[in-house]
Design a protein around this ligand. Structure first.
Ligand code: SF4
Length: 257
């Protein structure tokens, strides 16, 4: 008998489609692993940008000092709430803090830093989508005045701007589907990469809204994940991603049940 999930998010679908067994260990069996430095840093940067965007939305103080303080606080709070972080060496913790502050400062000084009041910050939507058997959910980092959703990505290296929109298609098109479900039509679907190179870089990748074919394709991908989760189809999908998977030991013991 199918055990449908209550909803599907683009991140859950991408995780399931990437490797259904890793999805099972992480999100069904809830096997906890130390947080990676990259994930911890990404969440701290995200929290600092969120504080900046919310302050701009409310018309409050949004100085670089205010945003740096928000970064420091998020860094410490996340360590306490979601830690331990897999630093390995205390020097890596200091480096992560310095890298994060430099990246946040680079965003604020870049042409991509939000100037006008946004339409919304950290928008969570849950909507019924034709072709999907459960509601679709999504949390958008930022929505600009023309309803362009923006997702911020921390990255260690410069992204390939030719393929970035395709790589993140499930997420971007899901945001479009959610906005259309509430009667809005985004003009563009955007990613802003915050690259942690020695001199941090801020790179925006804009892509046009999806046409009907792309929307059907993404809906079908989301539904594939829903069906797989509902029928408890979890199996190894070995590939390059195994080299950074934290569940290799559990995976090695897998047998079909
Ligand atoms: S090691 Fe590879 S195949 Fe196994 S769970 Fe992790 S990602 Fe999947």
């Amino acid at each position: 008998m199918l055990n449908l999930p209550e909803y599907i998010s683009p991140s859950a679908a991408k995780s399931y489609l990437g490797c259904s067994l890793r999805f099972y260990f992480e999100r069904v069996a809830n096997i906890q692993k130390p947080t990676s430095v990259a994930l911890h840093l990404g969440k701290s940067i995200h929290a600092a940008l969120q504080a900046f965007h919310l302050a701009r939305w409310r018309g409050e103080v949004d100085s670089p000092e205010f945003v740096a303080k928000a970064f420091d606080e998020a860094f410490l709070q996340l360590e306490q709430k979601e830690g331990p972080v897999n630093y390995g060496d205390p020097a890596k913790r200091e480096k992560a803090m310095t890298d994060g502050l430099r990246v946040v400062a680079a965003y604020l000084a870049s042409p991509e830093a939000l100037v006008e009041k946004p339409r919304a910050v950290e928008v969570f939507l849950k909507e019924d989508i034709p072709g999907l058997s459960v509601p679709l959910t999504g949390a958008m980092d930022l929505v600009e005045q023309d309803f362009t959703p923006i997702d911020f990505k921390s990255a260690a290296a410069k992204p390939n701007t030719e393929t970035a929109a395709f790589d993140h298609e499930i997420q971007l098109v899901s945001y479009q589907l959610l906005l259309e479900a509430i009667g809005e039509n985004p003009r563009s679907l955007d990613l802003i990469f915050l690259v942690k190179t020695k001199t941090p870089q801020v790179i925006r990748v804009s892509s046009p809204p999806a046409d009907e074919q792309r929307k059907r394709r993404v809906t079908a991908l989301l539904e594939t994940a829903v069906e797989g989760i509902a029928s408890e189809r979890f199996h190894p999908q070995p590939g390059m991603h195994c080299s950074w998977c934290q569940y290799r030991a559990e995976c090695a013991n897998w047998l079909p049940s």
